[in-house]
Design a protein around this ligand. Structure first.
Ligand code: BGC
Length: 429
């Protein structure tokens, strides 16, 4: 993906147009881009933010939408299942049956490219000009969102970090481990995981397959480093090589510290094991931050958050974004939603509730929580890599093949050599 230059003069004109559009309740006489009509009276928004802190984030965004577009009815098309584990299949069925929602959540990066290649979403480049978004987002992010044809196909709502360890300080203290300890690498961390295991405590909580892939990606990042990890996605790192074997051995060891009921849980439940003191650590994206805040927990005393050992100084990036599907029944409703998603007010309200940081650079971070302020600093100064489990690094089909291979391995149906060759095959295809 590459960037398309925009001028600030266009952006200034666009800002005026955006105000006009807002004043018209989102229906500002735009030519229709799909579907059977303007459809400015409602918008079906398809996400996987169906419950808990994720729904709280969506609700915050809807609150701003209802203020900015009181004439457009929000229809919640959320489908439960972390990381879109159920939603993405259902969405594909709907898209193939020519029954798209008015807008859907999709990750910036390779996942978005899938929908572009299948001609399932429309360019929203004109809306970037209209709403002044090109100047509002970091140019790196606009580059990641810009397809090879120079068009932009979605509006990002947020930026999440995937490579975060969350701990329960009380469990650590009770077991003679310094809760402020930092670990240079996975080996150093595993020395403390051994102590917890010996004491009969679950050292590391994990849940169903996608969370195991999430753990795997951070282990690959820790062991291969920024270049080696990024090379997995552009072919310059050999999936069959000894470095990957060593990382998979570390992944196998880490899985040995996890809860045995993992396959029946989703991320809120594995996170809750740590929150409730039933496990010491978990590796999860920073949507976890929102679950702590929702339960009134305090950073430092009730939980700690630090980069996965071996990944300090690296921001494992993903961004949620919203699209304009081809044939959306309410394209004007969708454009109104995209305007709110991209607006400073929408991004502030949503991200405060979601644990993520705004994609816009002009939102005042001083009113955000301590964790989010530190994430915003890291995003500015760290090396940025693309998340595997959350659509930034590989297309959906590759991620599905990696997830299947990971499930097979962690359930004992394949050995490490078989796992490695399945991973290599998934990335070769
Ligand atoms: C999404 C997040 C979401 C997480 C867990 C990720 O793929 O980008 O917004 O909170 O999945 O469901």
């Amino acid at each position: 993906m590459r960037g398309a230059p925009r001028t600030s003069a266009i952006a200034a004109v666009a800002a005026v147009a955006a105000l006009t559009l807002a004043a018209c309740g989102g229906n500002g006489g735009e030519p229709e881009s799909g579907g059977s009509g303007g459809g400015g009276d409602e918008v079906e928004v398809f996400t996987w933010w169906a419950a808990g802190s994720e729904k709280a984030g969506l609700d915050a965004l809807v609150g701003v939408f209802e203020q900015q577009h009181p004439d457009v009815t929000f229809v919640n098309g959320a489908v439960a299942g972390g990381a879109g584990s159920q939603a993405k299949d259902l969405l594909q069925t709907r898209l193939q049956a020519q029954d798209p929602p008015d807008t859907f959540q999709a990750h910036a990066g390779a996942e978005l490219q899938d929908y572009i290649d299948a001609a399932q979403i429309e360019s929203v480049t004109a809306l970037y000009d209209e709403f002044g978004l090109t100047e509002a987002f970091p140019s790196d992010l606009v580059d990641r969102l810009t397809a090879d044809d120079g068009e932009i196909y979605s509006v990002p709502s947020n930026i999440h970090r995937a490579n975060v360890v969350w701990s329960n300080p009380q469990v650590l203290t009770d077991n003679g481990i310094d809760p402020a300890a930092t670990y240079a690498d996975l080996d150093a961390w595993m020395a403390d995981l051994d102590k917890l295991k010996a004491a009969g405590v679950t050292p590391l909580a994990v849940a169903q397959a996608w969370t195991q892939v999430h753990l795997l990606e951070t282990v690959l990042l820790a062991d291969l480093g920024v270049e080696g990890y990024s090379g997995l996605w552009d072919g310059s790192t050999d999936w069959s090589g000894p470095e990957v074997t060593a990382a998979l051995e570390d992944f196998e060891k880490l899985m040995g510290y996890t809860n045995t009921d993992r396959d029946g849980l989703d991320w809120p439940e594995s996170q809750q094991l740590v929150i409730d003191g039933k496990a010491a650590f978990t590796v999860m994206g920073d949507w976890a931050e929102a679950s702590y805040v929702e339960q009134g927990k305090k950073l430092g005393s009730d939980y700690t958050a630090f980069p996965v050992p071996g990944t300090d100084g690296v921001f494992d990036f993903l961004a949620d974004s919203f699209t304009l599907p081809v044939g959306a029944p309410h394209p004007d409703g969708a454009k109104a939603w995209l305007e709110t998603v991209g607006s400073a007010e929408g991004q502030e309200a949503f991200n405060k509730a979601k644990g993520s940081i705004p994609a816009r650079t002009d939102v005042d971070m001083s009113t955000f929580g301590e964790y989010q302020q530190s994430a915003a600093e890291s995003f500015k100064s760290d090396a940025i890599v693309s998340s595997l489990a959350h659509g930034a690094a590989v297309p959906v089909a590759t991620l599905t093949a990696i997830t299947d291979a990971t499930s097979k391995f962690t359930s004992g149906a394949s050995d490490l050599a078989g796992f490695q060759s399945e991973l290599a095959a998934a990335n070769a295809g």
